[in-house]
Ligand binder design. Structure first.
Ligand code: ZN
Length: 83
């Protein structure tokens, strides 16, 4: 099984240890959820087309199709990631 490293802030690391949380299982569950969400993502602009971009802006994040990405490029997008 591959080993991955993650970085967390000091306070979170302290609290994870304090509560003796099963870190690998929690992370694996969250990562599976993120992968499955990405694989089934549809555009968040009511067109229901398959999403091809994940967009992170000041107001939050959204999946978008190629058509709506063009529209969003004028709205102050801070991060765009192809999926
Ligand atoms: Zn769309």
């Amino acid at each position: 099984m591959p080993k991955l490293n993650i970085y967390v802030d000091d306070d979170l690391a302290k609290r994870i240890k304090e509560y003796n949380l099963p870190l690998s299982q929690i992370c694996q569950n969250a990562l599976w959820q993120a992968v499955e969400e990405t694989e089934t993502a549809v555009c968040g602009y009511d067109c229901r087309q398959p999403a091809v971009f994940f967009i992170q802006g000041e107001g939050g994040s959204v999946y978008a199709c190629r058509k709506h990405l063009t529209t969003l490029l004028t709205e102050g997008i801070s991060t765009v990631r192809s999926i």
